[in-house]
Design a protein around this ligand. Structure first.
Ligand SMILES: [Zn+2]
Length: 291
């Protein structure tokens, strides 16, 4: 494959009927120029998880398949092959489908963190590794992001980030294993990516996150507009994900630790002034845990 050729990830977060998806796949087969296009579609699982399916006319790669059935149903319906799986961290709602998917396709490549807790991983990854999804013609870079769990990794390619439970729209993951400093640094490395980066996280927590963010920044006009939009999306059963980094920089209090209203909220909770960025982040995360 040509590693310098930019991959075109096309978000299909509006749920399409099978007939429309088949049409897209046919177009992908016949149209020159579509060859480097990867469609990205959320497969809803459990109550609020998204398993992200990246696919072209022949192959599919899924991210964090907590449930095997929705994945197998999807590839069977479209008549495409499940080629690989990407795992971000060890939690069962992200890995629960691995055993059955491995039985479904014994040749399946399972990329994931170097972690004893995910024995199904066939290609263990660490920081700055690059992986090549040959069947899709995509190259992704691995970023380590401890905080939510210690083994959490992210996958980045051509302005697309699969970030598991690290960054959510208007929120961030709960800190189960890492420290507040680790989580802050993990989010901070996402902030340094291009603002156009599309953020594909694993949960539909957006409306609840907006409610918390409005307690931190009740006068943020972008947040108020976004709430109206997100409510409309949810009422129509359309995902609010992906979002973009530029959007999150305007909306997400966990990425806005330098903004005066956010600092004031944290100072009030801490009971004193003079907090550094990590201390502001810590106060926000503790407040969200209690929200
Ligand atoms: Zn998790």
């Amino acid at each position: 494959m040509n590693l310098h050729k930019k991959t075109n990830f096309v978000n299909l977060s509006v749920q399409l009927e099978d007939s429309a998806l088949q049409l897209l796949l046919q177009q992908a087969k016949t149209k020159a120029g579509y060859s480097n296009t990867i469609h990205v579609l959320p497969l809803p699982a459990f109550t609020d998880n998204y398993i992200w399916a990246m696919f072209n006319h022949d192959h599919c790669v899924v991210v964090d398949p907590g449930d095997s059935k929705v994945v197998i149903d999807f590839v069977e319906r479209l008549g495409i092959k499940l080629s690989a799986v990407l795992i971000t961290h060890h939690h069962p709602d992200h890995t629960g489908g691995l055993k059955a998917l491995k039985e479904y396709n014994p040749a399946l490549s399972i990329f994931g963190p170097h972690s004893e807790k995910i024995p199904e991983v066939t290609v263990p990854l660490t920081k700055d590794d690059c992986i090549f999804l040959n069947e899709l013609g995509a190259e992704l870079r691995v970023m380590e992001a401890p905080g939510h769990t210690l083994d959490h990794i992210l996958y980045y390619a051509d302005d697309v980030l699969f970030c598991g439970d690290t960054l959510f729209s208007v929120g961030c993951g709960r800190i189960f294993e890492g420290s507040f400093t680790q989580m802050y640094q993990s989010l901070h490395q996402i902030v340094r990516l291009p603002a156009t980066t599309q953020i594909y996280c694993t949960h539909e927590y957006t409306l609840a996150n907006i409610d918390f963010a409005l307690t931190v920044e009740p006068n943020n006009p972008d947040l108020k507009y976004y709430k109206v939009w997100a409510e409309r999306q949810q009422a129509s059963h359309i995902p609010t994900i992906p979002t973009t980094l530029s959007q999150q920089l305007k909306l997400n209090p966990f990425l806005r630790v330098k903004f005066p209203p956010v600092v004031q909220f944290a100072e009030k909770r801490a009971g004193h002034k003079g907090l550094d960025n990590i201390e502001v982040f810590t106060q926000l995360r503790l407040a969200k845990d209690e929200f």
